[in-house]
Each structure stands twice: as structure tokens, then as C-alpha cells.
Design a protein around this ligand. Structure first.
Ligand code: ADP
Ligand code: MG
Length: 575
């Protein structure tokens, strides 16, 4: 909640202005009634016309300014709320972005996402429907009490007590009671519908055994219980509303009583008697939105609590306070991994344990291993998407943990297992990698992943929409489009995480071969569990349980007894 409130802080001046304008509107209403009461009382004394002139002007002024102030309040209040909302959205995105991809598991599902959007929106309710009414109530309440006090202190005291009751006890108790009946009603309503549904479904059996009447009596008993609860709820709601109506009446009556005795004692000019009696009636308008505001507050607190959790979520990778710069320049790049050890969370088992790896421009290294061996984790570490606890990983001689994550990711690119294809055209999907790519560059990337022929056969060519999640493409075409995108981005170091995943072996092997071929001038780390085509790699590393169990070229490993030879034989046997 504190994180959320920090979002409101920059808008506090606008919010205050909105509250002031709201107070002016309500205050003008009270002023209107007060001056009107004074005017009528004074007129009853038949004074000279000039004695009433000021009162008449005041009535006109209050009448006009009420509408203007109300308009201003709405304008400024919503403006502040929408600004705060925009700011909160950006901050949430900033907080969530570093969590991706490994820390987002808790927020991934669509239902959660939708709720998250609603949760953020409830900030607007907090500002417009909770803070504003309470702010206005406090300002106007204090003003009204001061006014009454100035005219007659006893009347001020009465109004103060009544207003405090109306603003606190009444909304709080009615809310509590309403919530309790709501909960009780929901349960009994459930029982009733269960009983009715059963009676209908089992009607033939119930009739056959002569048990229908008993069943119906049962349902009637539940219905009677429901009615009793509803009646009780209506009574409490009625009491709440009654109190809300009774309080201003009591305050008016009290003010009238103390006013009359003050007039008798000569402590109050009689023209003010109507004023002190009628002002409380207008002032209680400030209490009318408060029960709803209290209810909204309860809901909004739960929502904003969830938002706060997201804002305060620990980033998976902590960025260095003063990141070092990469040497830059078009020269060759090199990644050096020594004794890499890495785990998820504190105290978990090591997912990578003592991994060594050398990758440099022009070199192609393959990492193989069964599912869960830690291959994707290695990719994440190299892209600075996951932290590492032991050993050293350097990019061009600089330790990765001293680099800004985005700077690292400008050099190292990833083609992930299930790369996202956006619901837009082929061109827009590719231009994500390079905004100003020319048609020729786009076609070149498509040619490299052998997608150009397919695109050229489409009537709309590059401007063909691919549908949500690329549903209008086959799995292979989708994966090839993602590969073309990564090639277009032209990362000097490319990490390909199982680019053939979910594809038939022929397509998978073709994609791997194409990408390896197209990336000849870069450094490539190919993660795969298919071994076909790995003779093109300069080195093959076999991971098992996070450790490197074998390394060498495909030709060496295929004949050396061990995990790789076993995998290779199994793969050959499958064909
Ligand atoms: N975000 C995560 N949080 C906790 N554990 C994870 C996370 N991602 C992967 N793991 C665990 O790390 C191990 C290695 O996973 P991964 O690197 O994805 O393996 P591979 O890509 O080789 O199949 C697995 O045991 C997996 O359960
Ligand atoms: Mg994986």
C-alpha cells in the first residue's frame, strides 16, 4: 500500500485543489441556505431595501459559484486520478519487467492479468470516491462548525458532535452490518438453490416414493430462513438510513433550542436564529457519500495491496549501482564462463554447478542434455535474465554482474523455445528486431530461414496478418519467423534455446541448420536435445544435473563411450 501511496504523492497538489473546490461547492450550498435564511428573517423585519442588498448579492454569488466549483472539482479530481493511474501503470510495468521471464510465474495467467488491470484501476476509485469525499467532508465539516461556533458556540458544539457521528459511526456500523447479512444471505441462497435443483432433478424418484412434500417443506424452511435474514438486513439498513436522516434533524432541533434560549437571553440577534437552525441541514450533505466511500475503501485496500506486492517484488537480477560500459566497437566478442554455479532462490539446489564455457565470434558451441539439465538456465544467465552465485561470467572481459542488463542484451540475443509471435503482420513482427529495416533486409532474413518463398506466395506478402499467437501459421513457420527476427536483430552473440522444440524432427533439423549457417559470422550457442546437425558445431558440451559431463566435437563424442554416445545411438535408433 505504501508503494501505491507514493504514486499519489506527485498529484497531491491537484488532489488538494480538487478537495478545496469540492469544499467550495458544498460550502456555497451551505452559504446559499444560510444567507437565504438570514435574508428571509431580515426581510420579515421590514428594513430599508438597502439593508437587504448585500444578502441578495450573496445569494446570487453562492448560487452561481456552487455549480462552477462542482464542475472544477470534477475536472481537477479526475485529471489528478488519471495522471496517478498512468504513473502507477508505468511503475508496475517497470517493476514487473525485470521479473521476466523467470520471476513472473505468479502473475502469468490471463485471469490474474485481468484482475491486475482492475486492481490498478481501483486507484482511481480511491482518489475520486474515497479520498475526495472524506477530504471535502473534513474541510466543510470544520468550516460549518466554525461558522456555527462564531454565531453561537453551543450550536457549534451540537453540530460538531452530530457531524462526527454521521461521518464515522453511521457509515462504519451500517457497512459492518450490511457485510454480515450479505455473507449470511449468500450462504443460505446457495443452500436454497441446491435444494430446489435437487427437487427438480429428482422429481420422478421423489414422487414415486411419496417424498416430494417433505422435500418441498425442506426448501420452504430454507426460504423462510432466507426471508428472515433479508428482513433483518432491511431493518439494519433502515436503521442506518434512519440515523443518517435523524442526525441532521436532531442537530437542527438542538440548534433551534439553544438558539431560542440565546435569543431570549439577548445573546443572539433574532435574524441569526434561522441561520443556525438551517445550516446543519445543508451541512449533512457532506455525510451522504461517506457510507459508499467506506465500502469502496475496503475493496480498494485489498486491490491496492495486491498492486503493492507487485511493486515491491524483488527483481530476480539486481542491476549494479554503477554499471561498467562494454568496450564497444564492431570488433569480435567473447564470452568466458568459469566455474559457474547458480541456483533459484536461497537455499535451493544448484541448477548449474561448475560450468566452463568459451564462446567467441565465429565459434559455434552446442549444449545438449536431457530436460531439466539446466540448459535454459545457462541461456538466462548469459542474457543476464538470471543471477549466478558462484564462478565468473565475462562478456568482452567484463564480469556480467557489473554490466547493465540491457547493455548485455544488446550484444547477446536469444531465440527462445517458444518465441512470442505478435498478433500483427509479418513485417511488424520482424521490425520489432530492427525498427527501420528495409524490405530488402526483411527479405534477406526470411530467405536465411527459408520463409521467403512462403511469404511471397501470400497475397499480401509481408503485410499479411499472422493472427493471435501466430495461429494462421504452422508451428514451423512460426519458429522460422522468430528465427528470422533474431537474425535481423543482428546480435553479435546468439543463444538459440531449442529452436526446434515442438516441431517434427525434419523441420527442427532444417531450422537449426539454417540458423547455424546464417550465423556464421557471429558467436552462437545452440541449446538442443537433438544431436543431428551438431557436426557443424566447434564444440559440444553435455550437461547433466547442472554439471558438464562431457565435452568435445560431435565426431569425438559420438564414438567415445558415455552420455553423448548413448543419446546419439538412441536418436539414430528412433529414425
Ligand atoms: N524460475 C525457476 N524457478 C525455480 N526453479 C527453476 C526455474 N526455472 C527452472 N528451474 C529448475 O531448474 C532446473 C533446470 O531447468 P532448465 O534450465 O529450464 O532446464 P532445461 O532447459 O535443461 O530443460 C529444473 O530442475 C527446473 O525445475
Ligand atoms: Mg529448457
Amino acid at each position: 500500500m505504501r508503494g501505491v501511496l507514493r504514486t499519489i504523492a506527485p498529484e497531491s497538489r491537484r488532489l488538494l485543489l480538487a478537495c478545496l473546490l469540492g469544499a467550495c461547492a458544498l460550502g456555497a450550498g451551505i452559504g446559499l441556505l444560510a444567507t437565504a435564511a438570514w435574508l428571509i428573517s431580515r426581510a420579515a423585519q421590514h428594513p430599508h431595501e438597502s439593508a437587504l442588498a448585500l444578502g441578495i448579492v450573496a445569494v446570487q454569488f453562492f448560487g452561481l459559484s456552487k455549480g462552477l466549483a462542482r464542475y472544477g472539482q470534477r475536472l481537477v479530481g479526475h485529471d489528478a486520478a488519471l495522471r496517478a493511474l498512468a504513473d502507477l501503470r508505468v511503475r508496475i510495468y517497470r517493476a514487473l519487467e525485470p521479473l521476466a521471464p523467470s520471476g513472473l510465474a505468479a502473475f502469468r495467467s490471463g485471469e490474474l492479468m485481468a484482475r491486475f488491470v482492475d486492481d490498478v484501476d481501483s486507484l482511481q476509485d480511491l482518489l475520486v470516491r474515497v479520498i475526495a469525499p472524506f477530504g471535502v467532508a473534513i474541510l466543510v465539516g470544520v468550516g460549518t462548525v466554525a461558522l456555527e461556533w462564531a454565531v453561537l458556540p453551543a450550536a457549534g458544539a451540537i453540530v460538531a458532535v452530530a457531524l462526527v457521528l454521521a461521518a464515522t459511526v453511521v457509515p462504519w456500523t451500517t457497512n459492518r452490518l450490511a457485510r454480515r447479512t450479505e455473507a449470511a444471505q449468500a450462504q443460505v441462497r446457495g443452500e436454497l438453490s441446491a435444494a430446489v435443483v435437487e427437487a427438480v432433478r429428482a422429481a420422478p424418484e421423489l414422487t414415486a416414493y411419496g417424498a416430494m412434500d417433505r422435500k418441498l417443506e425442506e426448501a420452504q424452511a430454507i426460504d423462510a430462513r432466507l426471508a428472515r435474514i433479508a428482513r433483518r438486513g432491511a431493518v439494519t439498513a433502515g436503521i442506518g438510513q434512519g440515523l443518517a436522516t435523524l442526525l441532521p434533524a436532531l442537530a437542527t432541533f438542538g440548534c433551534l433550542l439553544v438558539g431560542v434560549s440565546a435569543v431570549r437571553a439577548g445573546r443572539l440577534d433574532v435574524v441569526f436564529l434561522a441561520v443556525i437552525a438551517i445550516v446543519p441541514l445543508a451541512a449533512f450533505e457532506l455525510a451522504s457519500p461517506l457510507p459508499a466511500a467506506t465500502q469502496t475503501l475496503a475493496r480498494v485496500r485489498a486491490s491496492l495491496g495486491r498492486v503493492g506486492e507487485a511493486l515491491e517484488a524483488e527483481p530476480v537480477v539486481v542491476e549494479p549501482p554503477r554499471p561498467r560500459a562494454l568496450p564497444g566497437g564492431p570488433g569480435p566478442h567473447a564470452i568466458r564462463v568459469r566455474g559457474l554455479g547458480c541456483r533459484y532462490g536461497d537455499g535451493g539446489a544448484l541448477v548449474l554447478d561448475g560450468v566452463d564455457l568459451d564462446l567467441s565470434t565465429g565459434r559455434r558451441v552446442a549444449v545438449v542434455g536431457r530436460s531439466g539439465a539446466g540448459k535454459s538456465t545457462l541461456a538466462r544467465v548469459l542474457l543476464r535474465l538470471a543471477p549466478y552465485q558462484y564462478g565468473s561470467v565475462t562478456l568482452d572481459g567484463i564480469e556480467l554482474s557489473e554490466l547493465d542488463g540491457d547493455a548485455c542484451r544488446q550484444v547477446v540475443g536469444l531465440l527462445s523455445q517458444d518465441a512470442h509471435v505478435f498478433d500483427t503482420t509479418i513485417r511488424a513482427n520482424l521490425c520489432l528486431a530492427r525498427r527501420d529495416a528495409s524490405d530488402e533486409q526483411l527479405r534477406e532474413a526470411l530467405r536465411a530461414t527459408r520463409l521467403l518463398g512462403w511469404v511471397d506466395r501470400l497475397p499480401a506478402g509481408l503485410d499479411t496478418p499472422v493472427g493471435e499467437l501466430g495461429e494462421r501459421m504452422s508451428g514451423g513457420e512460426r519458429q522460422r519467423l522468430a528465427a528470422a527476427r533474431v537474425l535481423l536483430a543482428d546480435f553479435p552473440v546468439m543463444v538459440l534455446d531449442e529452436p526446434g522444440e515442438h516441431l517434427d524432427t525434419a523441420t527442427a533439423d532444417a531450422i537449426v541448420a539454417d540458423v547455424l549457417d546464417a550465423a556464421r559470422t557471429r558467436a552462437v550457442l545452440l541449446i538442443t536435445h537433438r544431436l543431428a546437425g551438431l557436426h557443424a558445431a566447434d564444440e559440444v558440451i553435455v550437461l547433466d544435473g547442472g554439471r558438464v559431463v562431457q565435452r568435445g566435437t560431435h565426431d569425438e563424442l559420438a564414438v567415445r563411450p558415455g552420455a553423448y554416445a548413448d543419446m546419439w545411438r538412441r536418436e539414430q535408433g528412433l529414425r
